[in-house]
Design a protein around this ligand. Structure first.
Ligand SMILES: [Zn+2]
Length: 292
């Protein structure tokens, strides 16, 4: 898309520039206001279509905010489960969106050098943390993922993928625990807390309209502070430890030659390439998930 004249408010001043602003949105569903249960998140769930509508509404609010902030291109990647959740006929007309699977980069499919900002919408805390519907990629497979001894959930891992491509994460939306997990990793970003986790399957929500208003407002704020944000620095070598819920999952995934088994439920491998690490993790989960 062509460059446009772009205005943003700095400290008591307006700056005018000619620039393009390309925004990538990775959209999950567990952190969307109104969503608390597998009936919302699973394809066969009785309330799944309602949750898809809520998710699409929040995505559209984010797109609106991005456009208000001067975005010249917005790409949304559907990042949950089947990756066919966004409702095409309800999508904001100005964004392109990626649906379907398999995808090489899963939740981060479509990210590339040249995007100026990434937004994680409807995200959730990692398995082992508090937070509504917390899990890491596959709730039936993964107990924990550590990279260079640091616990990593979807927020951290996906932020590192964005970092590989030089793209800063500017906003994470979800419950308060997802927001805190994101801020621990990236203290400068904006967060939009659209619900308060009470326990793993219970939350106190903003109404859909309030949640959408907040997301739109925070998207504008995050993009107007873009110059303060920097990509996560991703420097290898990476020592990756994947711990499964039980030993049978490690038995199944152990077919992947790169891994070494360090205890009954944990595999370890090393690589200098973060994208390769991410793809190995996804591969281990896919193999083990066939058993779960
Ligand atoms: Zn999800």
């Amino acid at each position: 898309m062509k460059d446009v004249e772009y205005c943003f408010k700095g400290e008591n001043r307006f700056y005018w520039e000619v620039m393009s602003l390309r925004v990538f949105i990775s959209a999950d569903i567990e952190g969307v206001a109104g969503v608390v249960h597998r009936e919302h998140t699973a394809r066969e769930g009785r309330e799944h279509d309602r949750a898809r509508m809520l998710m699409t509404g929040e995505v559209n609010a984010c797109i609106e905010g991005a456009l208000m902030a001067g975005a010249t291109e917005v790409v949304v990647n559907d990042s949950h489960g089947t990756m066919r959740n966004l409702i095409p006929e309800a999508m904001h007309p100005e964004a392109e969106y990626i649906t379907g699977s398999p995808k090489m980069l899963a939740m981060m499919e479509g990210i590339a050098a040249g995007f100026d900002a990434a937004i994680f919408l409807g995200y959730h805390a990692r398995m082992g943390n508090d937070g509504i519907l917390n899990h890491t990629f596959h709730g039936g497979v993964i107990q924990n993922i550590k990279i260079n001894h640091r616990d990593m959930g979807e927020i951290g891992l996906n932020a590192c993928i964005a970092g590989v491509f030089g793209v800063p994460v500017v906003l994470v939306t979800g419950c308060q625990h997802a927001a805190n997990e994101a801020l621990e990793f990236m203290p400068m970003i904006e967060t939009a807390v659209v619900k308060q986790t009470i326990n793993r399957q219970t939350a106190k929500h903003a109404s859909p309209q309030k949640a959408k208003n907040l997301i739109k407002q925070k998207t504008v704020e995050a993009l107007s502070r873009l110059r303060e944000m920097s990509p996560v620095v991703v420097q290898g070598p990476f020592r990756v430890e994947v711990t499964y819920l039980h030993s049978g999952l490690a038995d199944a995934a152990g077919i992947l030659p790169i891994v070494e088994r360090v205890n009954p439920t944990t595999h370890r491998f090393e690589t200098d390439d973060f994208v390769a690490a991410y793809r190995y993790i996804r591969s281990l989960i896919t193999i083990a998930g066939a058993l779960s």
